[in-house]
Ligand binder design. Structure first.
Ligand code: GLN
Length: 452
């Protein structure tokens, strides 16, 4: 779909201006119901007109005329960067994040800033100060989170591609619930300069799109080393059109994940698709032992608590917005207080260091698994999205929601989600894990699944 749209724009059949006009109208007419945008870019049409001039001259970039929507924790110059929190309710970006600079230099048009869970803490989109987002693919259900607006805006057809962020599943969980594609890149693949992160050990910026090509294209553009982010690596990124299809494929699934799946119907839908993929490659699915994945959630949270607590010290009401403890919601406060407690000097870093040690154990376990198989297939969430208003209040249930997504963040690998089917009309996302920096393989497999 994106490939066709790019052709239409290049050939002059569709102007950038008309593309943006169509989206602005759709957002105006339909987003009242979905609530995926916090802010719509007032100068998007003007930007489009400028890009049309470049298209005519034949000097336009790879994203020429496409509408890109951005999660509200990524800085775009002169647009609100609120993290969907009252704390930053009136805060405006003073510079472009690395990813935004790259998108603009390829002539993508920033159409607006998207709703999300407050400071990216959540699983449902319900903790936004700007009210919850609805799921366009399953009315009355939550869209997933924390990148609720990113997945919903793509699913509703309000933009071409969206930027989202993933600390423990926030790209993949909403992509699964909204029936779209979501990619968590390998740790270090994409610069985080200009991102208000939840956790420096895990966060990655990645794409959400309707088709595999859209995500591959956006990742190709935003990936790469940055002098502003020392965690980035200089790993080559391959263009989609130059991808080499694998001739054979070793597929793994794990009973250890199956046991963590509360809704067995979800597991069956994913397994059935995985079997179709195995058939295509004339191979059999292997069972992979992953003994420590049941510790993933317990390992992730102490790290998040400590790093989030530390990262939020800048929101003291002096320089940026309001004092966070006085303005944030319940989940954000829980993490700040939890992080403050376990990082007290008398504990001497005990919890944080222990969690980092288990993180290494899980990382090693995946390295071992990837000696036997090329990819691992699993579901994205262990349960279906709940109805809006049917709030989950027990943090243990909220945290277990990410049992299938967090392991990829702990192992620093890349993972992607694509719809495998539906249960009662609700999309079910199949998740693919690949080793670090094997995004080319990931996109090849997602493309295979898209074509099944
Ligand atoms: N739900 C997880 C959390 O609240 C993941 C969030 C995310 O990936 N940003 O921490």
């Amino acid at each position: 779909m994106i490939q066709e749209k790019i052709k239409e724009i290049k050939s002059g059949k569709l102007t950038a201006e008309q593309n943006i006009k169509n989206y602005l109208k759709k957002i105006k007419d339909e987003d009242k119901k979905i609530n995926s945008f916090i802010y719509v870019n007032k100068s998007a049409l003007n930007d489009a007109k400028e890009i049309d001039k470049k298209i005519k001259k034949g000097t336009a970039g790879k994203l020429a005329g496409l509408a890109i929507a951005v999660k509200s924790n990524i800085s775009v110059k002169d647009m609100p960067i609120t993290c969907a929190s009252k704390t930053l309710e009136n805060h405006t970006g003073t510079y472009d994040a690395d990813v935004i600079k790259k998108i603009k230099s390829e002539d993508g048009i920033i159409i607006g800033m998207l709703n999300m869970d407050e400071f990216a803490c959540g699983i449902s989109g319900e903790s936004s100060f700007f009210n919850p987002t609805k799921n366009p693919a399953a009315e009355e259900r939550v869209p997933g989170g924390s990148s609720s607006g990113s997945a919903a805006a793509v699913a509703a057809g309000f933009c071409d591609i969206a930027l989202a962020t993933d600390t423990g599943g926030s790209i993949r969980n909403p992509a699964s619930h909204c029936g779209v594609i979501g990619i968590k890149p390998s740790y270090g693949r994409v610069s985080r300069y200009g991102l208000i992160d939840l956790s420096m050990s895990f966060d990655q910026i990645g794409p959400i799109s309707k088709d595999v090509y859209g995500s591959a294209l956006l990742l190709e553009i935003i990936a790469g080393i940055s002098k502003y982010d020392p965690t980035t690596y200089d790993e080559p990124v391959v263009e989609y059109t130059k991808f080499k299809k694998p001739k054979s494929l070793k597929i793994g699934m794990s009973k250890d994940f199956e046991n963590l799946c509360k809704d067995k119907k979800i597991y069956s839908v994913v397994k059935e698709k995985a079997e179709q993929l195995a058939k295509k490659y004339s191979t059999k699915i292997q069972n992979i032992k992953l003994e420590h994945v049941d510790l993933a959630v317990q390992t992730y949270y102490p790290i998040i608590f400590v790093e989030f607590f530390s990262g939020t010290r800048k929101f003291d009401g002096k320089k940026y917005g309001k004092k966070i403890e006085e303005t944030c919601g319940e989940e954000v406060l829980r993490r700040i207080l939890g992080g403050k407690e376990i990082s007290k000097s008398e504990y001497n870093g005990m919890y944080y260091r222990k969690a980092l040690a288990v993180k290494e154990l899980i990382k090693k376990e995946f390295e071992k698994a990837f000696k036997k198989v090329d990819i691992i297939i699993l579901p994205t969430t262990p349960i279906l999205p709940h109805k809006i208003g049917e709030k989950i209040t027990d943090p243990r249930i909220i945290y277990a929601y990410d049992s299938f997504t967090i392991p990829a963040n702990l192992a620093e690998i890349s993972a992607g989600v694509i719809s495998a089917g539906k249960i009662d009309g609700i999309p079910i996302g199949l998740q693919v894990f690949v080793p670090s920096f094997k995004e080319e393989l990931l996109f090849n497999i997602l493309k295979d699944i898209e074509e099944l």
